[in-house]
Design a binder for this molecule. Sequence first.
Ligand code: COA
Length: 370
Amino acid sequence: MPEGPRALLRTAVDAAFTSVDRGMDRSRVEEAFLGTLGFSGWQLGNASAVLAEEARIGHAPVTRVENACASAGFALRAGARAIESGERDVVLVVGLEKMSDSPSPHRRYWLGVSGDTEWERLAGLTFAGVYALMASRHIAEYGTPREALAEVAVKNHANGLLNPNAQFHKAIDRAQVLAAPRVADPLGLLDCCPVTDGAVALLLAAEEVAKPLTDTPVAIAGTGAGSDALALQERDSMTSLAATRHAADEAFRRASFDRSTVGFLEVHDCFTIAELLAIEDLGFAAPGEAARMTLEGVTARNGRLPVNPDGGLKAKGHPIGASGASQAYEAFVQLRTSAGPRQISGVERALTHNVGGSGASATVTLFERV
Ligand code: COA
């Protein structure tokens, strides 16, 4: 029997508390944030109360955050800001989505609800379709080879093989990606993230509170966020997400380090083109250059700048409202050198990047080993 949303929440929150090195009582949680789209109409109203109940955090306030696929990224940002401001000492951040149990036509509807209704959804455009338009434009402007898109999927599936929490444990090669059935040309089945169930819980604590709880804390060094027009045709560019650029600039302004010391990236690769756009918009490659980096193996797990060592949304899966929290989890385990066989050696700093829908909202979070 597959787990329902309440069981997913409970499992994730229990795991977060049991993984605190020296233990923490639930009564210490002063506030919580829940990122979820509420796929399939699950608990459209008052989902925050369900988290309070399942997490057993007494009467601490819970706020639901809904920014499509960036819901958990924005929930994490809200939690980090609550602590940074001095308002709270311990905050629980949870991301949740249960997607697999809705039938196919229903799924298409719920996958579409975060797109622009008047210009995109009513015209029949899906998210795969929107990203296919971006990919086509990127190919036209920069000569981006389709092999580079395919290599994103190949690399992320290879990384997913080493992640016990990944949805797919299956190696694929470039020829398979290129030959897969088309979903929205130039994107095929293996260029797409899947439909996924998942929940992730994160416990954030003020520095002085965290110190006695663990010998290997990980700090949030900076957060940033940005927005853009919902419909693609209202944006300045189709080959770059301004919300991501804005979020990254803000996060680095708030952190005490620059891009040159970031050891790996967890980016929002909902479709293969999205990973290339992210590397460029986050400022780790010039426009049009991420394809070459990818083909040269720079972004592989053992490359100079690993991208999506957990398998990314492509292979780990994309439970919409939870993905931003799962990226933070990867930053946490990698920086504590507890990522097991997928551990990247010598990493001190990490960046996570979470995008809402086709790019109308984005968050960037910077993490540092203390
Ligand atoms: N990558 C790799 N394999 C996939 C896959 C994916 N993204 N999606 C499905 N599969 C596999 C399934 O495991 C299944 O394999 P099996 O036959 O060996 O069991 C097979 O393909 C058919 O699965 P099914 O669920 O029937 O596929 P589908 O055609 O209904 O859906 C997509 C495929 C790509 C349309 C669907 O995964 C999708 O809509 N993805 C995008 C989700 C999205 O838009 N998220 C928001 C992003 S902004």
